[in-house]
Design a protein around this ligand. Structure first.
Ligand SMILES: CCCCCCC[C@H](O)CC(=O)SCCNC(=O)CCNC(=O)[C@H](O)C(C)(C)COP(=O)([O-])OP(=O)([O-])OC[C@H]1O[C@@H](n2cnc3c(N)ncnc32)[C@H](O)[C@@H]1OP(=O)([O-])[O-]
Ligand SMILES: NC(=O)c1ccc[n+]([C@@H]2O[C@H](COP(=O)([O-])OP(=O)(O)OC[C@H]3O[C@@H](n4cnc5c(N)ncnc54)[C@H](O)[C@@H]3O)[C@@H](O)[C@H]2O)c1
Length: 719
């Protein structure tokens, strides 16, 4: 609703009231319309201030309404009426003014922001565009380039940047409503014609066509198949080239296409999934709302390699004191040199000024004696990690949480090396750890609710999307990757090329295909794991039995490349070639193609034409099938957890909602049928055998993804 009061004798104050973010639900819109009409009718009222309750102006349209039959007064005429009023209207912005909230403010004649405010048009991240005049008013107010930037990226700006861009007229540190009232009294009676943004011409730009062509090209490249960013550019183009009324028509038309699209549904699903996973619960019964995290003031990181450096930066950025321990002098020196630059770039990326960081370095693990939480990031070697955990258990003060960044080793086994296994959890970051948004918090049967709650809260503080997952080989993300990569190898054996497989996956929306990612992270990483598991054995990669291991189909292709020293980007050769070791630009490698041809001949394989549909089905359905197994095993609490892990950690396109949501969009029956088809063709590939949970879901009528938990619960209760 919207509350109305008369203040300072002549100012009508409208307060949006819809906790927690004052979203513009039907009731709120109704409230604004009626209170605004009342203010206009009242001769005592000379001006109006619009604000939001509880320190938030407005989080935009009510996203929950989007899937329903929308009723109540529409936003566009409501904002028009505010702009057309002959009494000055000021938006008093604190907290957030996002989406429809900012569009409402743009309809006001003046905008005053508290210094804590964040403003933006994030509709693009929901698969939409700002359809309450945002695409038409913002370019008229701040110019086309700046508006394009904000609308196509959806980024939020601080009050200071908003002032610089000209979005707001004033920024204050004082009470926002008091300032707005003071301000509106000072402008009462002044003409308003020059304050109605819709009447402004768009600031001229020379060579408009070239600008839009270039922007469109850039946006298309970044969009990876998402349609909303393209529509955003088209809408701003309408603002630049058409009169306001026609621009509004174009905005409406473009929004109509987006509004009902599968992409918008997928992205809005991700929005709510992100909120849902923070409300974690684990099989022991511990939950987010009953488990108290313990404050962490001082943390430590053990091992300053690739991951340890990123984790140290991410911790320091939250304002924590960090003790960084590294045994190798050379690594320690390199880390010390690299860290300031990483912190500086991080501050720039987050749009904040660089503050003094409290990092102390040591080669002696005893330096961590007084920290509240330790994150271990030494080599992926169980014997080494066990030793480190034994040391930590001896050295650290009582109650210190001991966390490991292992990519997939048994967290329980590490916990058993300590005197207090309840204090041990996995904190699995993704490279580069100070940039990537995902954190898997791995709990074991003995992890205390407080340890899980503390790791989840610390992750949130670090700006991560933290997902609580159970302990199993590879946890959720890396476990699902295995069947996906395996299928990619099999496709090469059968006639595909790395270029084709990557091309199909990139067209689907991944920013990088599986082989480019493998080159980036290093082929040797998986090779070492396969050797440890007894899959890859030196000398076993050729010969007649090379393609069968432990009774199942196996492809030694990755092992053969590693045996040749082709580890990917770091060696300048992998599935692709690079201009030098460490090079970043992947080029097709004729050597690899003849190697594949020779390999097929050696094993009597006849290359066949494989279409992209098959590439996608085999790679993605194998991954999704493992996702169902993870749900069945109770390793992930729900499909949302898996989906966010893939969107934030593995480059799954957000506009496709994550693998499990995507399976629902494709149709569970179809996914099941195709898995059955591929499993029949290759019964020696266990990953393709459809998971029984998938069968149960299909048998229960393929419920929508938000109802899968009911079926999963039934499965668990029968176990
Ligand atoms: C044809 C039709 C034409 C329509 C015209 C459309 C016009 C317009 O252009 C479209 C929009 O505005 S699109 C909108 C554009 N706006 C955006 O994209 C902004 C989206 N919101 C945000 O980015 C963040 O929530 C804030 C930064 C506002 C607050 O962050 P924070 O303090 O960390 O809080 P938190 O944990 O994030 O959320 C707390 C609770 O609020 C909930 N909720 C939040 N916003 C909601 C909404 N708009 N709605 C509903 N609910 C919303 C959230 O789910 C959660 O619920 P839970 O049940 O407690 O889990
Ligand atoms: N690299 C990735 O993409 C990635 C992603 C997620 C998780 N991980 C995991 O993170 C951990 C570290 O991986 P990385 O890629 O940073 O390895 P890395 O080889 O880059 O760094 C490991 C560092 O640990 C140091 N170290 C070894 N023993 C030590 C000890 N006892 N005390 C202090 N320092 C010691 C080494 O000198 C080295 O600098 C591994 O468990 C790995 O599986 C890696």
């Amino acid at each position: 609703m919207a509350q109305y009061s008369l203040v300072a004798g002549s100012v009508g104050l409208i307060t949006l009231q819809n906790p927690p973010v004052n979203a513009l639900s039907a009731v709120v819109r109704k409230g604004i319309v009626s209170t605004f009409e009342r203010a206009l009718r009242d001769p005592k009222v000379k001006s109006v201030v619009i604000c939001g309750q509880n320190g938030v102006f407005c989080g935009g349209a009510d996203i929950k309404e989007f899937g329903t039959n929308m009723s109540g007064p529409p936003l566009v005429p409501m904002i028009h009426a505010i702009e057309a009023a002959d009494k000055p209207v000021v938006a008093a912005i604190e907290g957030s003014a996002l989406g429809g909230g900012l569009e409402l403010a743009l309809g006001c004649h003046y905008r005053i922001a508290h210094s804590n405010a964040r403003l933006g048009l994030p509709e693009v991240s929901l698969g939409l565009l700002p359809a309450a005049g945002g695409t038409q008013r913002l370019p008229r107010l701040i110019g086309i380039p700046a508006a394009l930037d904000l609308i196509t990226t959806g980024r939020h700006v601080t009050a200071a940047e908003a002032l610089q861009l000209g979005i707001v007229d004033q920024v204050t540190d004082h009470k926002i409503v008091d300032e707005a009232v003071k301000f509106v009294l000072s402008v009462a009676g002044k003409p308003l014609d020059a304050r109605r943004i819709s009447t402004y011409p768009c600031p001229p730009l020379s060579d408009l066509d070239t600008v839009f062509e270039m922007v469109m090209q850039k946006v298309r490249q970044r969009a990876h198949g998402a349609i909303a960013p393209i529509a955003c550019v088209q809408a701003v183009q309408a603002a630049a080239t058409l009169p306001y009324a026609q621009g509004m028509e174009r905005e409406k038309e473009l929004m109509a296409t987006l509004f009902t699209s599968g992409q918008a549904r997928s992205m809005q699903y991700c929005f709510f999934a992100q909120r849902a996973v923070s409300k974690w619960s684990i099989p022991s019964g511990a939950r987010w709302d009953t488990s108290m995290p313990r404050p962490v003031h001082k943390a430590a990181v053990i091992g300053l390699g690739t991951m340890g450096r990123g984790i140290t930066v991410a911790l320091a950025q939250t304002g924590l004191s960090v003790v960084a321990v590294e045994t190798q002098e050379k690594q320690l020196m390199e880390a010390k040199q690299a860290m300031p630059g990483m912190l500086e770039r991080g501050a720039r990326r987050r749009g904040v000024s660089l503050t003094l960081h409290k990092i102390t370095y040591s080669r002696d693990i005893r330096a961590v004696a007084d920290v509240d939480l330790v994150i271990e990031a030494v080599f992926e070697d169980m014997a080494l990690k066990k030793k480190v955990f034994q040391q930590l258990s001896d050295i650290c003060k009582p109650g210190t949480f001991l966390c490991t960044n292992t990519s997939g080793l048994d967290v329980d086994h590490l916990a058993s090396q300590t005197c207090n296994p309840e204090l041990v959890v996995g904190m699995h970051f993704f490279a580069p750890a100070h940039v990537m948004k995902l954190l898997e918090v791995v709990y074991g049967p003995r992890s205390s609710p407080q340890a899980v709650a503390t790791a989840m809260q610390l992750g949130k503080k670090m700006g991560k999307v933290s997902v609580a997952v159970g302990n199993c080989r590879g946890f959720v993300g890396n476990r699902m990757l295995k069947p996906y990569v395996e299928q990619a190898f099999f496709l090469l054996e059968e006639g595909a090329t790395p270029e084709q497989v990557d091309g199909a996956l990139e067209e689907f929306g991944f920013s990088m295909g599986v082989f480019k990612v493998s080159d980036l992270s290093g082929l040797d990483v998986g090779w070492r794991v396969r050797m440890a598991d007894g899959f890859a054995e030196p000398g076993a990669s050729s010969g007649p039995s090379a393609r069968v291991r432990q009774g199942r189909r196996y492809s030694p292709l990755g092992d053969l490349l590693c045996e040749q020293g082709r580890f990917g980007q770091k060696t300048g050769q992998g599935w692709y070639q690079y201009d030098k070791p460490g090079g970043r630009v992947a080029r097709s490698d004729p050597w690899l193609h003849s190697f594949l041809a020779e390999y097929r001949t050696r094993h009597g394989l006849v290359a066949r034409r494989i279409d992209n549909q098959e590439v996608l089905e085999r790679c993605l359905y194998a991954l999704i099938n493992e996702g169902f197994r993870i749900l069945e095993d109770g390793i992930a609490a729900g499909p949302e957890d898996i989906d966010l892990i893939y969107v934030f950690g593995y480059g799954w396109p957000r506009h496709r909602g994550g693998p499990m949501f995507y399976a629902g969009m494709v149709g569970l029956t179809k996914v099941l049928q195709r898995l059955e088809h591929y499993h029949q063709a290759h019964p020696d590939v266990p990953f393709m055998q459809p998971c029984s949970l998938l069968r149960r879901l299909v048998a229960s009528g393929s419920p929508p993804v938000h109802r899968w938990r009911e079926v999963i619960k039934k499965v668990h209760s029968q176990l």
